[in-house]
Design a protein around this ligand. Structure first.
Ligand SMILES: [Zn+2]
Length: 225
């Protein structure tokens, strides 16, 4: 549906409101109804109107982004309620302002929040592969988490170097199902500093790693692996 109305409609109501809202990411009837309320309250349109002046487009976008945050479901809605003063409105997925429909990004957002709630910002990751390392750092580092990665395929390093890495970290992930040579993993798993929390992750996606961290900090004590 094109946002522009036929010229014969005349006046300056050149944009169809529903089409404009769909274009701006309000991709369900409910989300559009909520967005319309915001526009009514801002005095940009009134109930029942179909068209709006194209000169109001920028003000429409500003009014919406000030009042509403688009989220894709319960997880992103809960994140928004904790981190954003704007009212969450459910959309179909890809136009979610938090995760853009990505499971990895959604899990990373929640993971960073849980880590920060627990005062944990320094992560050490043993194993994994370049693709997931890139995705992991690209999603978690902008959220305030620093990540040090130990390549499990490289030649072994000294116990002293391993200890220094562990002393810098607050949380260590042993990424089990990825390529991780015993000569490397043993440097980290045989002698671990007392204050360093260690989590073993069996599956290799960013989502699995983030969910394992979330569970470790949110599940009842005593059930911890
Ligand atoms: Zn989302």
């Amino acid at each position: 549906m094109a946002a522009r109305q036929p010229a014969s409609k005349g006046g300056d109501d050149a944009l169809l409101i529903d089409a404009l809202l769909a274009e701006l990411g309000y991709d369900t009837p409910r989300a559009r109804a909520r967005a319309r309320e915001v526009l009514h309250n801002a005095g940009l349109t009134r109930p029942g109107k179909q068209g709006i002046a194209s000169s109001k487009r920028q003000r429409v976008e500003l009014a919406l982004s000030a009042a509403i945050i688009r989220v894709c479901g319960k997880k992103c809605e809960a994140l928004a309620r904790k981190s954003d003063a704007r009212a969450p409105v459910i959309v179909a997925g890809a136009t979610c302002e938090l995760c853009a429909g990505s499971n990895n990004r959604r899990a990373a957002l929640e993971c960073a929040r849980v880590m920060q709630e627990n005062g944990v910002t320094r992560l050490l990751v043993l194993g994994g592969a370049p693709g997931v390392w890139h995705e992991l750092t690209a999603t978690l580092e902008p959220l305030g988490i620093t990540i040090e990665i130990v390549d499990g395929t490289k030649r072994s390093h000294s116990q002293r170097e391993a200890m220094q890495k562990m002393m810098r970290a607050q949380l260590m992930i042993v990424w089990g199902s990825t390529e991780l040579r015993h000569a490397i993993s043993s440097l980290y798993t045989e002698e671990t500093p007392a204050g360093l929390r260690k989590i073993t992750v069996a599956r290799r996606s960013v989502e699995a790693l983030c969910n394992a961290i979330i569970q470790s900090y949110t599940q009842a004590p005593g059930r911890r692996a």
